[in-house]
Write a protein that binds this ligand. Sequence first.
Ligand code: MLT
Length: 285
Amino acid sequence: MKNQTENSSYAKVNGISISYIDEGPREGLVIIFIHGFPLNKSMWREQIDSLKGHFRAVAYDIRGHGESNAEATDFSIDQFADDLMGLMDYLKLKRAIFCGLSMGGYIALTAMEKHPNRCEGLVLCNTQCTADTEEAKEKRKKAALSIQQNGVDKYAEVNLKNLFTKESFSKRKNVVKRVREMMTSTSKSSLLRSLQALAGRRETCGKLSEIDVPVLITTGRKDPITPPPKAELMHRKIKNSALYIFENSGHLSNLEYPYKFNDQLIRFLNTIKKKTGIPKVNVSL
Ligand code: MLT
């Protein structure tokens, strides 16, 4: 394992080893956290700690990230979504709430599209339903070239600036450090293959009107990668959705504003509990 300090378990899924953490009560709602690119499951630590007294919380490393390994084949968002289903099968989970940030959101939406009966609710954080434009694909090609020429550390240094607000570089140094470590511990090969998967992903906007589970959509007002109009578009298309914009946040709202983020998450989970008849809980943040 690279930089994680989690007590991980491992599941054999689709021919690879998926590393995950699974905390909280065995009964009731299950929420599965899906991290962004190029991070790992430890980005959800503050959420899991806040939820685990009342909800079962699972977070896992996407193949090639964190402690999960990968075969020497191309990556795709479809493959990542199949791995999520494989992990649910391994854990014997019929249904769960998917909470994905950015790339994690692409995976959640793809899994929802392919297997709607496995999804009990969606939390779409700092993400979008649109596919890459030609310009975005070009940027990814340039990023890949730069990784090949200048290495992963340089890539992390440049791209960290897109993930956090300026303020976080002085006020949240530990969080920035943690994220830098997540980025630099991802292998060059995984970075390159994930960039390809991101560039090749399908749009999921066309199917959003079919979603009939509760959905919470969040983003940061200052998120340059998935700004509010991306979230508003999904909100308009998904009938059962709520939208929350974190006013001062950039791309990693759960890490920049964990208390506010957890508050929104718990409110949302309580609405699902109410619908399913499970008593609502007061969770101290
Ligand atoms: C992420 O945070 O997962 C990435 O920024 C997603 C993307 O580049 O499309």
